[in-house]
Design a binder for this molecule. Structure first.
Ligand SMILES: NC(=O)c1ccc[n+]([C@@H]2O[C@H](COP(=O)([O-])OP(=O)(O)OC[C@H]3O[C@@H](n4cnc5c(N)ncnc54)[C@H](O)[C@@H]3O)[C@@H](O)[C@H]2O)c1
Length: 238
């Protein structure tokens, strides 16, 4: 496949390595607005685009792909307010997009376990749920998109929770998310249910960025020829 890489930072470079190892061609690399000006036409010749850029430009990048009929894989996080509008635009204009706050297969397994565990815990009111995430010091957004998804999925299921908070809240309707920024850590997420008697923990620890890159390239291979707005669970068949 001819891949357009939108964003050539830490993740863009990792995806390039992974895509080449799977015999794809990196047809286009765009890392800023100046490069867009010279390469918009080349985008239409790409089979698929993969966007790991920045929250301020991701929706423009997506709309450019929609206009050029290029399916897009989006890994950029921290643009939740615009997600619904993009979802609608994708469906209305018969385009193809897969979005995941985390493309790691392991994390998507954890998403599924998190939903199942929340269903079990719905009647166990003595357990308090908290979520803890740790990332490298360069990560711009906090809490991570992954921690927010874990919290929102649990809120949809747990009757006793109705919102999440990124600062320690005493409101029992809140799920508290703690964000830590340390050194070079790729990404660690901990889901914890705790009562006065015991605690249960589920942890995912990314050892490097390869898992995100592999998931994104697999998603690019999967989305070509489809139309609609997809999530990883559609691809993984959970
Ligand atoms: N979904 C996932 O699995 C996953 C995994 C890791 C990171 N992320 C997210 O992916 C994004 C990128 O992460 P990163 O660590 O590679 O960040 P990074 O800062 O290393 O790279 C971002 C790149 O985007 C470029 N950019 C700026 N404006 C652009 C534009 N208009 N068009 C295209 N590119 C532009 C920047 O020059 C930069 O090189 C972040 O939002 C991060 O949270 C998602």
């Amino acid at each position: 496949m001819k891949i357009a890489l939108l964003g050539y930072g830490k993740m863009g470079k990792e995806i390039e390595k992974l895509a080449l190892s799977r015999h794809h061609e990196i047809f286009l690399k765009i890392d800023n607005e100046v490069e867009w000006r010279n390469n918009l036409e080349k985008l239409s010749e790409s089979d698929v685009a993969i966007d790991f850029s920045m929250p301020g430009c991701v929706t423009d990048n997506i709309k450019r792909c929609f206009q050029k009929n290029v399916p897009i894989v989006v890994g950029t996080t921290a643009w939740f307010e615009e997600l619904d509008e993009i979802n609608k635009l994708c469906v209305q204009t018969d385009q193809a997009m897969i979005y995941a706050s985390n493309f790691s297969i392991g994390v998507n397994i954890i998403f599924e376990i998190n939903r199942k565990l929340a269903r079990i815990m719905n009647g166990q009111n003595e357990y308090e749920l908290t979520i803890d995430e740790t990332h490298h010091i360069h990560k711009i957004d906090a809490p991570s998109g992954t921690a927010i998804k874990l919290a929102n999925d649990a809120i949809d299921i747990l009757d006793r929770k109705n919102a999440w908070s990124g600062t320690a809240s005493l409101d029992t309707g809140m799920i508290n998310i703690t964000s830590n920024r340390e050194g070079n850590i790729t990404g660690t997420h901990l889901i914890k249910y705790e009562s006065d008697i015991d605690s249960l923990e589920i942890k995912h620890e990314a050892k490097n960025r390869q898992g995100f890159a592999l998931g994104a390239v697999l998603a690019a291979e999967w989305i070509v020829g489809k139309s609609g707005f997809f999530e990883m669970k559609d691809m993984l068949g959970f």
